[in-house]
Design a protein. Structure first.
Lengths: 89, 612, 150
């Protein structure tokens, strides 16, 4: 199945693209992110905390649903958006 | 601590008196917004018309203002607001605040009305009311350039043409884009026949413990620069927020008829039009864009409210409108909100050509620019729009249902608050009306913030889910207090906890910086209590001028129309849950059932004494 | 030999360098009472730092008839005890880098080899380093730029 990953600033700079299309057999958001970080060690530096877990400042949105728990099964055509919401006025 | 001064400028009599700021006020209110709010509460009598000589325009620099403390450039301008009839208070960066201190004054009160167009010149401890007729009629750029040509290296706080014409959302301007933007304070300056307050001085801020401060600020600098967020803030500035809000479907679009808009306004598109990132005084972050259209900006508010909210998709259009507002001296937040309101009313047929004199539509930047000029000059339909939310009188009662404002103040945050419930409570209860810079609990937007982290910041009872109403009074209450303290020490919220990353500066840092500069010990708890006291004082001011608990509410649309797009789809504010949340908020603030500050507290606050 | 290098394109105009200098030398925050001065105008769209370049043929040393200026470890220093405050040094400085304010004459002494100002620059617009190192870095940047654009 095909999953689209979307990255907002500054994560897109780290990945080098705004969007990535990946082909996966099956799996969860968690496993997909693990694979992604293997391929993009620089992204790992950016979004993992000291414990090696996804930093809480990174928002993960699957289609139109914000995720807390990343152990969620993926379906063909899913859109996964990653971003760090920064404040300001 | 070094003694610092306050000056009262009586424009009607042409008299200036000065006095030392009592230490007790410093203990109770720090400086900046805190002392300003306290002064206003004492100065403005009930029933005062905001444009009458009895209104006062108060300027106040934060207690750390103009020092090595990071981003210590901020001052507040305060008055009875012509836009709301309630507290008018606005925080501003740039270089004016520090210069006012170097010129010898921390607070300045302008009272009365000058007989002819004037400006107030403050130089090395001397204050003079001078003939300003030659500057009257100039836009904000021209007048500042002229003042520098005539007076040398000065910093000026000016009103534009909009302020002279008493547009109810005219701002005060320093430099190209720094604004005491909200609540129509430019119109208050204009109503006093004052074009500018000009400052220049060679006196520094004496620091009690210089070595301590040098070391402390170096540590803070290294700490801030190590944050992952800092380089993003310094390269993108606030416009980055546009795509964040847009990603969750919370960008106010076409007067909140829609809640998501084009990716073409994402921050990376803006980069093409940025010549250089620049700073305010004492700032490590440099979040300001010097744009290629001979101006500065846009900030997130401009991207949202002059972009998505007006149905515009292209950065050059947004930047040009941003620059127009800056030159004319108009508040961008109100400008974008009022124009979009009129556009929707026209589309719905609630107003027509008889009133507007022309067709109105979204997505037309030339029309928007033309209307901004008409507003500033109060020409034709611009004269109606210049009344801000008070235009309901001309537009008819139905028009109010489409107005995105609280307490008469159009919402500043381009973020549609129907999804994140704490944001909704924040704009409903903020002391100057619908505004995100008074209490927006930004951390609510970190959807994966662990509950224990939230509890540590806000206290037990807060809930993790941003769409829940439960415990959200805690997040708003915390933010109210710390934002008030931040505005009173004079540091920019952009580098502070609560408004930004929880790892940025908080009470602990303020306490250390205050000790280094003033030698005074402010414990962390004490600083939080000062924040509380300021919020209560502002509440007392508002109730004195006719506000009631009913005014702590939201635009009708937020209660009745569910959002239609993206993550936020289906979300709106439930009236009952909102009322309950509001009641809990009052209780947490120790206000009575009707949202009033309790008598004993009023007595305590009044005991700090007035000006005499 | 280490020198101060300043890159105007990186400077954001925040004045923290001047703030730190005045605090270190006078115990107050006063960007006008500093050995480094930020000249800026947001309408003219520039910001520029002016600071002593430690000239080899220094006019301040030459012009000072009281011998208040002297060279020590390649740093031009000023002895206030010998100074009669005629301000001639400031007038002849080709770089306008000597500040006179009130009773003070302020001239950069590189804080005896550990300048405070650079520690508060957040963009490395102001750096203190060996000229050879600075030069090789500058040349490397230039090479990269030319090769990537050609």
């Amino acid at each position: 199945m095909e999953i689209t990953l979307k990255f907002l600033k500054p994560l897109n700079d780290v990945v080098g693209q705004n969007e990535l299309s990946v082909e996966v057999e099956n799996g969860t958001v968690e496993s997909l992110l693990a694979d992604l970080l293997n391929d993009h060690p620089k992204l790992a530096e950016e979004i993992l905390d000291e414990k090696g877990e996804l930093d809480y400042r990174v928002n993960v949105i699957l289609n139109d649903k914000p995720l807390n728990d990343l152990d969620v099964n993926l379906n063909d055509g899913d859109l996964l958006t990653l971003f760090i919401p920064i404040s300001g006025g | 601590m070094q003694e610092r001064k306050l000056a009262v400028v009586d424009l009607s009599r042409g008299k200036v008196t000065t006095r030392t700021i009592p230490k007790s006020w410093r203990k109770g209110f720090l400086g900046g917004r805190g002392i300003n709010s306290y002064l206003l509460y004492n100065l403005i009598e009930k029933g005062t018309d905001p444009f009458s000589p009895r209104n006062a325009l108060v300027l106040g620099v934060g207690l750390l203002g103009g020092t090595l403390a990071p981003s210590s450039c901020r001052f507040n301008a305060s008055a009875l607001s012509p836009e709301t009839g309630l507290l008018g208070d606005s925080n501003c960066g740039g270089f004016f605040g520090p210069e006012l201190r170097y010129a010898g004054f921390d607070h300045l009160i302008l009272r009365g009305r000058a007989k002819r167009p004037s400006y107030v010149n403050i130089q090395d401890g001397e204050i003079e009311i001078r003939d300003g007729r030659e500057y009257w009629g100039m836009d904000t750029y021209d007048v500042q350039k002229a003042l520098r040509k005539d007076l040398g290296d000065v910093e000026s706080l000016v009103c534009g043409v909009a302020g002279e014409n008493k547009v109810r959302f005219a701002c005060l301007r320093n430099g190209v884009k720094n604004a005491a933007g909200r609540c129509g304070l430019g119109a208050v300056m204009g109503s006093k026949n004052v074009k500018a307050v000009v400052a220049s001085g060679t006196d520094g801020i004496k620091v009690e413990h210089p070595q301590e401060m040098l070391e402390l600020v170096q540590d803070i600098k290294n700490y801030l620069m190590d944050s992952k967020i800092t380089p993003i803030l310094g390269s993108m500035g606030t416009p980055l927020l546009y795509e964040v809000s847009n990603a969750i479907g919370a960008i106010r679009t076409k007067n909140s008829q829609l809640n998501a808009w084009s990716d073409s306004l994402n921050a990376e598109e803006l980069e093409k039009y940025v010549e250089k990132m620049i700073s305010c005084s004492s700032c490590f972050m440099h979040c300001r864009h010097r744009n290629t259209f001979n101006g500065e900006g846009p900030e997130y508010t401009a991207v949202g409210l002059l972009g998505a909210n007006l149905g515009l998709e292209d950065y050059p259009d947004v930047i040009k409108l941003n620059n127009t507002c800056n030159e004319l001296g108009l508040d961008i937040s109100s400008s974008g909100s009022i124009l979009s309101w009129a556009f929707e009313l026209y589309e719905r047929g609630i107003i027509d050509k008889k009133l507007t004199g022309q067709e109105l539509r979204f997505g037309d930047s030339e029309l928007a620019d033309e209307l901004l000029h008409k507003i500033a000059g109060r020409e034709g339909f611009g004269d109606v729009l210049a009344e801000s939310s008070r235009a309901v009188k001309k537009f008819g009662p139905e028009s109010k249902d489409y107005l995105i404002a609280v307490k008469g103040l159009p919402q500043s945050d381009p973020h549609d608050v129907r999804y994140i419930k704490a944001f909704a409570l924040g704009i409903a209860t903020a002391s100057r009306g619908a505004d995100h810079l008074r209490s927006r609990p930004t951390l609510e937007i970190f959807f994966r913030l662990p509950l224990e982290v939230k509890e540590k910041i806000y206290g037990k009872g807060i809930t993790a889910d941003p769409t829940s109403y439960e415990g959200k009074e805690r997040a708003v209450c915390f933010s109210d207090n710390i934002f008030a303290t931040i505005d009173s020490v004079g540091i920019c919220k952009f580098i502070c906890h609560g408004f930004n990353s929880p790892h940025f500066l908080g009470y602990e840092h303020f306490s250390k910086l205050l000790h280094a500069v003033t030698g005074m010990r402010y414990r962390e708890k004490e600083l939080e209590n000062i924040g509380k006291r300021i919020i209560d004082t502002e509440r007392m001011f508002n109730f004195k001028h006719g506000m009631t608990a009913k005014d702590d509410t939201l635009p009708k649309r937020y209660f009745d129309d569910p959002m239609t797009m993206k993550v936020s789809k289906g979300h709106k504010i439930d009236r009952k849950s909102f009322q309950k949340m509001k009641k809990r908020y009052y209780k947490l603030r120790n206000w009575d059932e009707k949202g009033r500050v309790k008598k004993q507290r009023v007595k305590e606050i009044e005991s700090y004494g007035g000006l005499q | 030999m280490k020198y101060l290098f300043y890159y105007p394109d990186k400077c954001t105009g925040c004045k923290q360098c001047a703030m730190a200098c005045s605090l270190n030398k006078f115990g107050e925050c006063n960007p006008k009472k500093s050995a480094i001065s930020i000249v800026r105008d947001e309408f003219e769209r520039y910001e520029y730092a002016i600071v002593c370049m430690q000239c080899e043929d220094a006019p301040c040393i030459e012009v000072c008839h009281q011998g208040a200026y002297y060279l020590e470890d390649n740093i031009i220093k000023r002895n206030d005890d010998q100074c009669i405050h005629c301000r001639l040094c400031a007038a002849v400085c080709p770089h306008s880098a000597i500040t006179t304010i009130g009773k003070e004459i302020v001239k950069c002494d590189l804080c005896d080899g550990d300048p405070e100002c650079v520690k508060y620059c957040s963009t490395e617009a102001l750096v203190y380093q060996e000229e050879t190192k600075e030069q090789s870095e500058r040349r490397r940047q230039l090479a990269k730029k030319i090769l990537s654009t050609s």
